[in-house]
Design a binder for this molecule. Structure first.
Ligand code: ZN
Length: 300
């Protein structure tokens, strides 16, 4: 297991939801032809199409950046393994609901794969509920193979890195984002982040949440099943193997997706700007936790 004893914590700026609504409405209009941002009651996430193990995204919202790309390259550090139940305690929120983006533990799964975590962590007298998905490249046909994690494994572990949002899983007020017909070159996630960067240049903010691509298709990637045999040293090699990585010490943006049609992985952007339609729910986090930060600063 990895060292979680040196966690760093920072308080984040939490704008008023109504202020945030107006900021995001204006910012997203630069990237989408039709935008409607509202403050709404979080829809019941236990229902279709979410089927999450909790009702909402509210209650003590926080984000964490666990481990990092330096544990993947130049040489994979397979002992870097984390337990969602331990992470929730490290986030001072035992029993939290956790979603986000990560990698599986290769020790448990037997290969490298993308993880789409959806975990209600254990609490007094209540076992954890793991609704996560993972996806790998199917050796039979080279296509994406998405599976329900709990169909094969009974733990709540992950490996190497995780960019996670945690909360109490309660109902409450959230920001609803409806955006369609992409006119700019930013993904919905990048458009949200850049909007915040421009509006709050001297503040640290983080949004966590979930979105649905109601219409259109997305470009995703899946890490190869096998870790690279040769140590990866130049940035070019890293990029060609992983295809995408952010060299910052804090990963500023990371989104994983799953679907009802058997595909999932790391989300970049939709490939159908004309027809794409997004519906998302987001909450500004109150705290940021940096857990098991790699000593090697990521390259950029
Ligand atoms: Zn990813």
């Amino acid at each position: 297991m990895a060292d979680v004893s040196k966690t760093e914590k920072a308080k984040l700026h939490v704008p008023d939801l109504e202020e945030l609504r107006a900021v995001l409405q204006t910012g997203l209009e630069d990237n989408f032809a039709e935008v409607k941002v509202s403050v709404v009651e979080c829809p019941d996430l236990t229902k279709e199409p979410f089927n999450f193990p909790v009702k909402g995204l509210c209650g003590s919202p926080r984000v964490t950046d666990v481990g990092g790309v330096p544990y993947l390259v130049p040489v994979v550090q397979k002992h870097k393994e984390y337990d969602m139940n331990a992470i929730s305690k490290e986030l001072e929120l035992p029993g939290a609901f956790i979603l986000g983006a990560g990698a599986v533990s290769s020790r448990i799964v037997g290969m490298n794969a993308e993880l789409m975590p959806l975990v209600l962590t254990e609490a007094d007298g209540r076992p954890a509920v793991n609704s996560s998905y993972f996806s790998s490249i199917n050796p039979v046909d080279g296509q994406c193979l998405q599976e329900r994690y709990s169909h094969k494994f009974s733990d709540c572990n992950f490996g190497l890195l995780g960019n996670l949002y945690a909360c109490e899983g309660r109902p409450g007020k959230v920001i609803e984002v409806r955006a369609q017909k992409r006119t700019g070159d930013r993904s919905i996630v990048t458009a949200l982040r850049k909007t915040l960067e421009v509006q709050y240049p001297d503040r640290s903010l983080a949004l966590g949440g979930t979105f649905i691509i109601q219409r259109g298709k997305a470009k995703i990637h899946i890490m190869p099943r096998e870790f690279s045999v040769c140590p990866l040293n130049s940035d070019e090699e890293v990029n060609s193997w992983l295809k995408h990585f952010e060299g910052l010490d804090l990963r500023v943006e990371h989104t994983h997706c799953f679907s009802r049609h058997g595909e999932g992985g790391h989300y970049y952007i939709d490939t159908t700007p004309e027809s794409v339609q997004y519906l998302g729910y987001f909450v500004p986090a109150e705290f940021m936790y940096r857990i098991d930060r790699p000593e090697a600063v990521g390259r950029d």
